[in-house]
Design a protein. Structure first.
Lengths: 166, 135
């Protein structure tokens, strides 16, 4: 390796870093320098979670279980329908993110804006529940929560699971 | 001729691989997290910068701008990928490589294939290194 090789590495890497800086600062902003990658703090994601999103999250699965048992909350499972069929939280309604627009009109007529809504998806690594919860909040729903641990944590806890037999 | 083909293959591979990651840095960050190796504080920074290093190295290898330096970067990255994938395979950690695309769910079909592919690419890279003269 020559001196020129080392200079070249320095120049190429510097150019790449400057390009990355300009790209993420001006052309496509949206990524924070620090993400939320600690599962103990809620759903892991690239953007910081200490925003409005995080206040919706319920981290404690026991609290979610109490909510489920009370049957006062509308529980939305936003995973794909076929995965919902294989097992879901008791009383949960299938409301796949992929089919959000199709399912929305009926949901709007069958619920009130003040209805208590709990949304969950696959796991602590899944942000679909946040996406749906965010959309519902934008539509005017005032009581929307997200179960951070999702179905995986529910299953790991050994809590009751409902299945749709075909 | 052989060196030219190797440079083309490696360059195009790296440019192509960087593209999806640049388009969806949050998805790439999630994949880096999935490796279960890197500290949380470094994940976003890696997701934002690594694809540009791949892109610049790929282009400069093909265009002949500091080709030896570009090749060194590419070989170092490949060696890094091999270490990381190999380490996770050895400890049986399920992960999604995210090398070329960013799937919404599930894992890459075969991480062993990815490891073998990277070993081959590194082999090509080392062959090319022997033949690209220092000027």
């Amino acid at each position: 390796m020559t001196r020129k090789d080392v200079t070249g590495i320095f120049l190429l890497v510097s150019f790449a870093l400057v390009t990355a800086f300009f790209y993420h600062s001006f052309l496509s902003p949206g990524m924070a320098l620090q993400g939320q990658w600690d599962p103990d703090q809620g759903v892991v994601k690239a953007v910081p979670t200490r925003d409005a999103d995080s206040s919706m999250e319920i981290l404690n699965p026991d609290v979610v279980r109490q909510m489920v048992q009370k049957k006062e909350w509308i529980i939305l499972d936003v995973r794909p329908g076929e995965i919902y069929d294989q097992g879901h939280l008791p009383h949960a309604v299938s409301f796949p993110l992929m089919a959000f627009d199709e399912a929305l009109p009926q949901f709007l007529t069958s619920t009130q804006r003040s209805s208590d809504i709990l949304v969950y998806c696959a796991s602590i690594e899944c942000t679909d529940s946040h996406t749906v919860a965010g959309r519902l909040k934008n539509l005017g729903y005032t009581s929307v929560k997200v179960f951070s641990g999702g179905f995986r944590q529910w299953q790991e806890k050994g809590y009751e699971i409902e299945k749709n037999e075909d | 001729m052989l060196v030219f083909i190797i440079k083309l293959v490696l360059g195009i591979t790296f440019i192509y691989a960087s593209w999806h990651k640049i388009e969806d840095p949050a998805g790439f960050a999630r994949i880096i997290y999935g490796y279960g190796i890197f500290p949380g504080a470094s994940i976003n920074l890696m997701a934002m910068t690594l694809p540009f290093i791949e892109l610049v190295a790929g282009f400069s290898l093909i265009m002949g701008v500091y080709p030896r330096s570009a090749l060194l970067i590419i070989n170092a990255l490949l060696a890094g990928f091999i270490l990381v994938i190999g380490f996770n395979l050895l400890r049986g950690h399920q992960f999604d490589c995210g090398c070329f695309s960013i799937p919404s769910q599930g894992h890459a079909a075969s991480n062993i294939f990815l490891l073998v592919r990277d070993v081959f690419l590194l082999g090509f890279g080392m062959v090319a290194w022997r033949f690209i003269r220092a000027s």
